[in-house]
Design a binder for this molecule. Structure first.
Ligand SMILES: Nc1nc2c(ncn2[C@H]2C[C@H](O)[C@@H](COP(=O)(O)OP(=O)(O)OP(=O)(O)O)O2)c(=O)[nH]1
Ligand SMILES: Nc1ncnc2c1ncn2[C@@H]1O[C@H](COP(=O)(O)OP(=O)(O)O)[C@@H](O)[C@H]1O
Length: 419
């Protein structure tokens, strides 16, 4: 007997809002409606759902670790359909109160019959935590959302709800999702994620042990703390090493060496887990910065800007215009994380960076590969870097020779940190 799918009751759904990111520029929002009056504004829904078939997939799972794993499965499944057969759009479902983050999913529309698409829909209906809905318009002009239950075994329960266009919510669902799901704004929030995934990722306990042994110092010492940020192959390693020697400083990096053996394991996890790992790396490094900056200048190779910029650029689908505007709360520095004296962002034109990357060797991580394959992702990372505040990055042109870049940086440090 197939386990009965938990179809959310109307109470939970009656006020749900669905946001569909239709393309790089716009989104359509609709909500379930209790009354059943035809909605003359249905033409946007007609455009959204098209003349063919339309299905949405959402995850209903209380456990956020499981939810993040199932979302990756869902993403793999829907992206296995050739784009010639269908249109896939990001869809989020959320309750109007701004505190609750959205449940991420997809809207799939297609006109001509495609066995592969039908197979994917069939397969996803078998995944208990995935809620599959179809969308159709009746002769009276009303649009309906119908929940599809698993085939076979349980009896067909197919509740359906009227839907109607609704206004764009005050807080965009993707921003809701970023906070403490993709980017962590406190130590406790990141720590909780690793505790929750101990059962499925045994290495989490090793990370938690290292984090528990961290230096719980949060105050910067009397010497300057300079963070060097930038995309891969902009020259961070070269500059941090020469700069550390020149100022007789201490070189640190995030994630710290102690987490290096575990990094590969967490780099292949969903964003929720991977970012919590990197966030905890920043807190370990912060303790080391606090200790070392009481004795000498500290140079850091990547820190919170990298964690936030890569996370935001990954979480926000679509173009640069979809990034949260400057000043958004997603760009704010965690209150409990040691702030550096100065953050320098090395920038380089793509062609020069490519040639340095070739000179250095192949990309190692999935993220580095993504950076090279996806110009838009790279632009979003760079733009997210620039929008992070308190402290904001100071832009450095990294195209001159290593020595000239070093001289430029020494001047900046002298002016800004009186070193
Ligand atoms: N360090 C660090 N890297 C992150 C984070 N989030 C994503 N990444 C990405 C950035 C890079 O594409 C990739 C490799 O990071 P790193 O630059 O730290 O590693 P790698 O040993 O290649 O050092 P290098 O590129 O030579 O500075 O991981 C984060 O929070 N911290
Ligand atoms: N200012 C520079 N001019 C030319 N080549 C550079 C410069 N800085 C670094 N490189 C070279 O570019 C490659 C990447 O430099 P690296 O310091 O490893 O960058 P990152 O740490 O940002 O990935 C290396 O082969 C390095 O020798």
């Amino acid at each position: 007997m197939m386990a009965r799918r938990l179809i959310p009751n109307l109470g939970q759904w009656s006020s749900r809002i669905f946001g569909v990111e239709c393309d790089k520029k716009s989104a359509v929002y609709f909500a379930l409606r209790v009354d059943r009056q035809a909605d003359p504004r249905g033409k946007e829904l007609k455009q959204l759902f098209g003349d063919g078939k339309a299905f949405s997939f959402h995850i209903h799972c209380e456990d956020r670790i499981q939810r993040s794993k199932i979302y990756e499965l869902l993403q793999d499944k829907v992206s296995s359909i050739p784009s010639t057969d269908c249109t896939i759009m990001d869809m989020s479902s959320f309750l109007p109160n701004a505190k609750q983050s959205a449940s991420k999913g997809f809207l799939l529309t297609y006109s001509s019959d495609s066995p592969l698409t039908e197979k994917v829909i069939e397969d996803l209906q078998q995944v208990e935590a995935v809620s599959v809905c179809s969308y159709f318009q009746e002769r009276d002009g009303m649009w309906w959302q119908k929940h599809l239950s698993q085939k076979g075994g349980g009896s067909e329960i197919c509740p359906r709800y009227c839907i109607t266009l609704t206004e764009k919510p005050e807080v965009c669902p993707t921003v809701l999702n970023i906070i403490n799901n993709d980017v962590f704004y406190s130590f406790e929030e990141a720590y909780k994620v690793l505790v929750e995934c101990r059962d499925i990722i045994p290495e989490s306990q090793a990370v938690l042990n290292l984090v528990d042994q961290r230096l719980d110092l949060t105050e910067r010492g009397k010497f300057p703390v300079i963070v060097i940020e930038g995309l891969d192959a902009t020259g961070k390693t070269t500059l941090t090493e020469s700069l550390t020697q020149t100022v007789n400083g201490v070189l640190l990096k995030s994630p710290p060496e102690s987490l290096a053996p575990l990094r590969k394991r967490f780099d292949c996890e969903p964003p929720l887990i991977r970012r919590a790992f990197y966030a905890l790396g920043n807190y370990i490094t912060a303790g080391q910065i606090a200790r070392e900056s009481s004795k000498a200048p500290v140079i850091v190779d990547r820190y919170w800007h990298s964690t936030a910029a890569y996370a935001i650029a990954t979480a926000v689908r679509g173009g640069l215009g979809k990034l949260p505007a400057g000043g958004s709360e997603v760009y704010r520095w965690p209150e409990d994380l040691l702030r550096p004296s100065l953050v320098l962002l090395l920038t380089l034109d793509p062609a020069e960076r490519q040639s340095r990357l070739r000179g250095r060797g192949l990309a190692h991580t999935r993220e580095e590969a993504e950076l090279e394959a996806n110009n838009l992702f790279r632009q979003k990372v760079e733009e997210a870097y620039r929008r992070i505040e308190d402290p904001a990055c100071v832009i450095v042109d990294a195209s001159p020779s290593p020595d000239k870049v070093l001289q430029q940086v020494l001047l900046l440090i002298k002016n800004k940190c009186h070193l």
